[in-house]
Design a binder for this molecule. Structure first.
Ligand code: NAD
Ligand code: LMR
Length: 332
């Protein structure tokens, strides 16, 4: 009786719900950090049959938090049950890489997971669902999911590059002795892989040009490779792939999508239409966007230098190669 919420609950599906990332992500969604502190949620927790016991334990802990906004928990390995009527889906479930692997090495193991998930979303999800693919290699997995979700628009799917974006923001804040809120217009282009192109060409720190503050040498020799290889650096130190920061990025991506992100740019891995910044059609490629009314728009009209265009092509070419490697999985 202390808490009365007037909004109808939103059903949120999360795959890989018994895994590492979800062990921080789910609790924050249930607390309201993702969709707002006045928005009740019903969590649809999806994992494979072998993980159901562990999943039950996670659900018990979620309940034990007595979150006022959490109005139901569904645990399942059945995609129909998992995706029925969901308005948000976070596809986290997939194998993470270990030391010495690249995310592309996961393609063989993980890609096939996303065919049945795309189909089930298409058949059972709310028609206005927003789907974020986190499982690696995220961009190509998003392509597979969206391809098989034949009844849903491609614009409702995204691959997560928000972690790369936020890593870049933090590096600039730390280097310039400023705080995150001072930083604007950071961009990450392309694939969530070491070919990604973190770009500070338009970035500002308290309205001043970031590149003038950080210097060319730090930008090219430290910043760019550090952001590109941060995932591996975390694995090297933690012994496991990033989890709490990845969960946070997934939550922030969805928050931006549902609640808007119009005062600054943010990076979304989204379907390329072939007419934007020379990126070939039909790739999930990270672009700078703003978001209003649950729809993203690419920031258009930026002048791209020849050197920057070259970097953007390198990462697009890698995505074309990934697409070629799984072309059989794109047959509907
Ligand atoms: P984890 O191994 O701890 O958990 C993965 C979970 O997924 C497990 O519970 C597993 O049973 C489940 N799973 C496997 N196949 C499934 C399926 N078909 N349906 C539903 N669930 C399934 O891994 P994690 O650390 O939570 O990472 C998950 C994924 O996220 C990895 O692929 C990792 O590389 C990726 N990741 C992406 C980013 C990014 O920035 N895009 C960041 C961090 C991690
Ligand atoms: C990350 O960027 O931390 C994740 O994609 C995990 C990884 O394999 O690097």
């Amino acid at each position: 009786a202390t808490f009365a919420f007037s909004k109808k609950p939103i059903r949120v599906a999360v795959t890989g719900a018994a895994g590492q990332i979800c062990y921080s992500l789910l609790f924050r969604i249930a607390h309201g950090d993702m969709l707002g502190y006045d928005q009740p949620v019903i969590l649809h927790l999806i994992d494979i049959p072998a993980a159901q016991k562990a999943l039950k334990g996670v659900a018990m802990e979620l309940g034990d938090c007595a979150f006022p906004l959490l109005q139901g928990i569904v645990c399942t390995d059945d995609l129909k049950v998992g995706f029925t009527d969901v308005e948000a889906a976070l596809l986290v479930g997939a194998k993470p890489r270990g030391k010495g692997q690249e995310r592309g090495d996961l393609l063989k193991d993980n890609a096939k997971i996303f065919i049945p998930q795309g189909k089930a979303l298409s058949d059972y999800a709310h028609r206005d669902v927003r789907v974020l693919v986190v499982g690696n290699p995220a961009n190509t997995n998003a392509l597979i999911t969206a391809t098989h979700a034949v009844s849903l628009p491609k614009k409702n799917f995204a691959a997560m590059t928000r972690l790369d974006h936020d890593r870049a923001v933090w590096q600039v804040a730390e280097k310039t002795g400023s705080v995150v809120a001072d930083i604007a217009k950071v961009v990450v282009w392309g694939n969530h892989s070491p070919t990604m192109s973190p770009d500070l060409a338009w970035a500002t720190v308290k309205g001043k040009r970031a590149l003038d503050l950080v210097g060319e040498e730090w930008y090219t020799k430290t910043f760019i490779p550090r952001v590109q290889k941060r995932g591996a650096e975390i694995i090297e130190n933690r012994g496991l792939s990033s989890a709490a920061s990845a969960g946070n990025a997934a939550l922030e991506h969805m928050r931006s999508w549902f609640l808007g992100h119009k005062h600054d740019w943010v990076s979304f891995g989204i379907w390329s239409n072939g007419n934007t910044y020379n990126v070939p059609e039909g790739l999930f490629y990270s672009f700078p966007v703003t978001v209003e009314n649950k729809e993203w728009s690419v920031v258009n009209g930026l002048t791209i230098t020849a050197e920057q265009q070259r970097k953007m092509t390198v990462t697009a070419n890698e995505l074309l190669e990934e697409r070629k490697a799984i072309e059989d999985l794109l047959k509907i």
